[in-house]
Design a protein around this ligand. Structure first.
Ligand code: SF4
Length: 265
């Protein structure tokens, strides 16, 4: 987000959002995520096939969470709720076989929140710490025959877009770097679990070049934060549907010499 627009990154970090945002677009993904996490957290071995039966209750719970936070969750039409319910049931039914293969046989944690301190060169000279903050849907630790560990990270995606994985390189790279900082080892295996796609298990490649590029991007962002650079994006390509546009300094009204408010479009 910071790379899209420094102003947007700043406003989101400081808690600005549209006063009433409709969360319908993300709702099915949230429900599928929560069902998978709840199932994995509560003795999945004793409850095979239980996830579809959990969907309706979790849908209502998550909808209430959204309303309690002051957001809206409007169905598109009268058939929409049933369509989301069926899609989520299909997703959690299909994902179980991949969870059985890649997660259940190993030590794992779900909704793994982390804060990994990384030392970087500060623009004033010397080194300073930045915190890599995030959470992973599922992290797996495999114990090898020689007693060493390998780490796997899996992200649940409720997408039907077969090429969605192409957009996830930075997210997975961030997890990879965070693992290295926390455990002294890069991720051995990273993948999307995308049960509504043909390829339900989609490995995301990580290599030396992608790791070097990510390090550079994180250093660039850290430098901007240290220098308090929150410059709005020069062009307006991403501004039309920007959820923090109402708070953006580029669109702040200015009072002209006649006392009228003017906004730059
Ligand atoms: S409205 Fe445009 S310039 Fe302002 S924060 Fe959003 S993307 Fe950035």
């Amino acid at each position: 987000m910071h790379e899209e627009c420094k102003q947007k990154g700043y406003l989101k970090r400081t808690g600005k959002k549209a006063s009433l945002s409709n969360t319908r677009m993300y709702f099915p993904g949230t429900v599928t995520d929560r069902v998978v996490r709840d199932w994995l957290s509560n003795d999945p071995y004793s409850n095979p096939g239980a996830m579809p039966g959990m969907v309706e209750e979790i849908m209502e719970r998550e909808r209430q969470v959204i309303l309690d936070e002051g957001d809206t969750m409007k169905w598109k039409d009268t058939a929409d709720r049933l369509s989301v319910l069926e899609d989520c049931k299909k997703a959690v039914t299909r994902i179980e076989k991949d969870l059985e293969q890649y997660v259940l046989p190993y030590d794992y944690d779900v909704d793994f929140k982390f804060q990994a301190p990384l030392m970087l060169p500060h623009p004033d000279g010397g080194m300073d710490t930045v915190l890599l903050i995030g959470f992973m849907d599922i992290i797996v630790r495999r114990t090898m025959p020689d007693g060493s560990f390998q780490w796997g990270v899996y992200d649940v995606k409720h997408t039907k877009d077969e090429s969605y994985w192409r957009k996830t390189g930075a997210q997975i790279g961030f997890y990879d770097l965070s693992c290295f900082v926390m455990f002294g080892q890069n991720i051995t295996e990273a993948a999307l679990l995308q049960p509504l796609c043909k390829e339900t298990y989609k490995p995301i490649p990580l290599n030396r070049d992608s790791r070097a590029q990510l390090n550079q991007r994180i250093l660039g962002m850290a430098t901007d934060l240290w220098m308090d650079d929150r410059t709005p994006r020069v062009d307006n390509k991403l501004c039309t549907y920007c959820e923090v546009k109402h708070a953006c300094s580029k669109f702040e009204p200015v009072i002209d010499k006649n006392g009228k408010k003017r906004i730059s479009f």
